[in-house]
Design a protein around this ligand. Structure first.
Ligand code: HEC
Ligand code: HEC
Ligand code: HEC
Length: 116
């Protein structure tokens, strides 16, 4: 009886996980991966290009929170023309990275986004 319960548990778990895996597969990529931006705007080259850790954000937000016309992120790396000016004017990453709900831009935080 115990064993049946265990198997049923595993079965249910797979039933829940499989559609999730399929859903991500339809999107066609490994969504959990980090996005390493390629710099588009000339700037201080001693600052490495920014990295966007998708996974950390997926824990807090649904896809459409960022993937919509207002925030401006498309599901294609390199689509958005992100600059520090835009971020500090509250666009793109700056919609959230302004102290609340996420850390803002300051000299203490540069290397949280800009890292190798
Ligand atoms: C919330 C994340 C985040 C923080 C914090 C942040 N940046 Fe950026 N920054 C970006 C992104 C995204 C880009 C666009 C991709 C790139 O060029 O690296 C960018 C672009 C840049 C650029 C390219 C030129 C430009 O003006 O857009 C420089 C230089 C830069 N950042 C320096 C800094 C410095 C210095 C700090 C700290 C004072 C900082 N950044 C803090 C995310 C961040
Ligand atoms: C906190 C914001 C945020 C959330 C939430 C988010 N994304 Fe993203 N996503 C981004 C950013 C930023 C990019 C890079 C866009 C660019 O470079 O122009 C991106 C890029 C992508 C890409 C393209 C990856 C590539 O390599 O081309 C896909 C696919 C994607 N997201 C799917 C999703 C899905 C599915 C979800 C929900 C499960 C999700 N995203 C949630 C911000 C987010
Ligand atoms: C919808 C809101 C939202 C947007 C848009 C967003 N972030 Fe975040 N981000 C968060 C929150 C919330 C956290 C976790 C809280 C914190 O660390 O302050 C976070 C954490 C991070 C971290 C720290 C991850 C770690 O390892 O602890 C980095 C780096 C980061 N974001 C970069 C970016 C960059 C780059 C962009 C734009 C391309 C971006 N974020 C856009 C909300 C957002």
């Amino acid at each position: 009886m115990k064993r049946t319960g265990y198997l049923l548990g595993v079965g249910l778990l797979l039933a829940v996980l499989a559609p999730a895996a399929v859903a991500l597969d339809i999107v066609g990529i490994d969504v959990v991966g980090d996005i390493h931006f390629v710099r588009k705007v000339k700037g201080d080259d001693s600052v490495p290009p920014a990295v966007f850790p998708h996974w950390v954000h997926l824990v807090n937000f649904k896809c459409f929170v960022c993937h919509n016309k207002t925030v401006g992120f498309q599901m294609k790396a390199g689509s958005a023309d992100i600059t520090m000016d835009a971020i500090e004017n509250g666009k793109y990453c700056g919609v959230c990275h302004k102290g609340e709900p996420a850390f803002g831009v300051s000299f203490e935080t540069c290397d949280r986004c800009h890292r190798k």
